[in-house]
Write a protein that binds this ligand. Sequence first.
Ligand SMILES: O=C(O)CCC(=O)C(=O)O
Length: 310
Amino acid sequence: MVTTDLDKAAEEWRTQGWTVVHDLVPTAEIDEAVNELWKHFPTPADYHSGNPEALAYFENESTDSRYKPTSQGASHGMSHKGDEGSNFRLRQFLGHVLFPYDAHGLNRLQIHPRVVEFAKRAMGTDDIRLYQARIWGKYTGVTNYEQPFHQDRNHNIVPDRLEPDWWNLEGFLYLSDVEDGVGPTEVLSLGDAPPGLNPQAATGRRGSYLAYRPDVWHRGVDLTRHEGSRFLMNIAFKHAHHDWIGFDSFQQNSNRGPWSKFAASCTPEELALFGAPRPGHPYWTSELVDALEVRYQGIDARPWREALGK
Ligand SMILES: O=C(O)CCC(=O)C(=O)O
């Protein structure tokens, strides 16, 4: 059952700086999409069996090339040695797979209507853009995942403006149950900053969404559970036209199969999340709507066509 009061959660995000929107996506829908995770990650059982193929699969399926391992330290369990304390380590960012995935159900989950609805309420506008879209898998033993408290400075090329109508919404949709022992993010409420700490662990069942403001101090913590794992989907939104905020770009993959199938399944409002001009926008001509139908076979282009010349 979906138990979340979206307005209450949105208010918490605005005033406390973060919230876990519990059960935002029904568990059954998460479980169905998670069946497709194993196209991109070894199952936890496979990873923890030490099977070299599963380990190599994990190391190499991280499609964000900035995080590819360079040399030694790649093997299972080795990397904890001499690895104490809160630090950013490159290996903490292994297991980032970029949208669109080779998995239609996961692609649809990236813009799940409940998550989008929550973001619109929290941000107080219907005109929002998805700007971060990736899945992230962690397994006990890959590295020490403990980070220092930080505010994310890598979503914005200028200082953050922190008022309604300006702020962006960062977040993680949990694809596995995120409990103590499997790395629930530690978060400080607004007004709390290191070193005066009162951190809370953002635990939540799969289907829950941790949303936080850019000015919230937070950090990753280590996975300590024997043969543990944690999977989540990064889903972050900004207001339309806020070009100074960004993270992932979608155009570079928009001529590939997964995107084409995904785009063909989208409504105009869903495509607008990626910046596509809505029906009625002066961009559209009759020829362009024809071309849209050719490019995305099966798309329902009627809204664009019906709005022509209005
Ligand atoms: O993985 C987490 O729990 C938090 C990660 C994080 O804050 C970061 O990498 O900037």
